[in-house]
Design a protein around this ligand. Structure first.
Ligand SMILES: *[C@@H]1O[C@H](CO)[C@@H](O)[C@H](O)[C@H]1NC(C)=O
Ligand SMILES: *[C@@H]1O[C@H](CO)[C@@H](O)[C@H](O)[C@H]1NC(C)=O
Ligand SMILES: *[C@@H]1O[C@H](CO)[C@@H](O)[C@H](O)[C@H]1NC(C)=O
Length: 379
């Protein structure tokens, strides 16, 4: 029993966990099949090969003398008159058979494209190998750069048509408003050939400014390296900053790329950039900043976000005046207090001098003096 079981391949149904019910069922069914067939079945499924496959679906058990026929897998071709059959032997093993009979099919070698190159993975044109195409400098690859040798309807074939290399040329670059380029008489441009744009003289007092790349070149097939530039009059407005002022870059007009520097008035804090540049849209870049806060709140620029805090300049001033008054009031109160105390002390000493020297002690606590004198004052 055990001898006949040994060469056979494990029973169907993979056991993933030893205690699963499915597994238990598998073992039970397997044992039953084994008991019923052990006496007659001698071989397990026939061996697997790289280049061959069985014509019929393999069974799990075969009896002695049963034959299994192989054929070459689709990507291999067959040399006739070779043995392609195995037999289940009496010692429960399969008779020897080799897949040397099957030879790998191949894709055809391709032609190198004109003005280009071609290489194959591992110099091989067999199943799943790739063909890589490239083009000489100044040429553009049209099509797929990589083809693979695939199985199509039982035969190996390349996955597409080989690409070709087309000479890189560009058509005329675009014409622009208020300007021109220096190759107005040419129709075709070679790879890396350049054209340079310039702006026309402006009809008004302000000149046209060229925005973008002055020189562009033919960088790829029908492709210029950059968009054509623009010619336009650029004039930024006077940079007026509420609660602040301009400190440098003074001019009557602010043309393209004019730079100004701004500053907030004392106590106000700048939110944004202090340096602005006149941009291509005739606007300041970055946009105009703002001066926030006020003279009495130098360290808290975000205080203006608190509800109830006065946000107008008037409100800020009122609040500041109030603050100054508070400070003044505190000072005056202190001064008056000290003056009253001095007067009291003076009077007190005067009275005690009149009553007699014995009742007065030099080390008498100050607070007692103060309270007595205060009480005497109120009386
Ligand atoms: C089975 O027998 C054949 C010849 O009869 C022999 O070549 C083969 O090695 C044997 N296999 C085993 C596993 O004993
Ligand atoms: C200029 O204005 C255009 C259209 O209003 C906008 O798309 C573009 O981003 C602006 N450019 C700059 C640099 O602000
Ligand atoms: C500063 O400016 C930015 C954008 O202009 C704004 O979102 C932000 O609230 C401002 N900060 C303060 C403290 O006002």
């Amino acid at each position: 029993m055990t001898a006949s079981f040994a060469p056979c391949v494990p029973l169907p149904g993979r056991c993933e966990s030893p205690i699963s019910s499915r597994c238990l069922f598998g073992i039970l069914v397997g044992s039953l099949v084994f008991l019923l067939s052990a006496s007659s079945d001698a071989c397990g499924p026939p061996p697997l090969y790289l280049a061959m496959e069985t014509i019929e679906k393999p069974k799990s058990n075969y009896s002695v003398g049963e034959k299994v026929q192989y054929r070459c897998k689709p990507q291999y071709f067959y040399i006739p008159k070779r043995i392609m059959t195995t037999v289940c032997l009496e010692n429960n093993s399969w008779s020897l058979v080799f897949d040397y009979n099957c030879f790998s099919k191949a894709c055809s070698y391709l032609l190198r494209p004109a003005n280009g190159g071609l290489t194959y993975d591992n110099d091989d044109v067999g199943y799943k190998s790739n063909a890589h195409f490239s083009c000489k400098k100044g040429y553009h690859l049209i099509g797929k750069a990589v083809l693979s040798c695939d199985l199509v309807k039982g035969e190996l074939a390349w996955s597409g048509k080989p690409p070709r290399c087309e000479k890189i040329v560009c058509a005329r670059p675009p014409e622009i408003k208020n300007g021109k380029h220096n190759a107005s008489d040419k129709e075709e441009f070679q790879h890396l050939e350049t054209v340079t744009y310039s702006c026309d003289p402006a009809p008004g007092p302000d000149p046209y400014t060229l925005i973008g790349a002055r020189t562009i070149y033919c960088s790829g097939l029908r492709t210029w390296s950059n968009n054509a530039p623009e010619c336009k009059v650029i004039q930024c407005p006077l940079p007026v900053l509420p609660n602040g002022k301009q400190v440098s870059g003074f001019a009557e007009k602010f043309p393209y790329q004019a730079v100004v520097m701004l500053e907030c008035n004392a106590g106000f804090y700048l939110n944004g950039s202090e340096i602005l540049t006149c941009g291509s849209n005739s606007t300041w870049e970055p946009s105009l900043p703002s001066c926030i806060g006020g003279p009495s709140h130098p360290t808290k620029p975000s205080v203006s976000n608190y509800p109830g805090y006065p946000t107008t300049r008037e409100g800020l001033l009122n609040f500041d005046e109030l603050d100054e008054w508070t400070t003044a009031l505190t000072g005056i109160t202190g001064f008056v207090g000290i003056a009253v105390l001095c007067v009291c002390l003076y009077r007190c000493f005067q009275r005690r001098k009149k009553k007699g020297k014995t009742e007065v002690k030099a080390e008498y606590p100050t607070y007692q003096l103060k309270s007595t004198s205060a009480a005497e004052q109120t009386n």
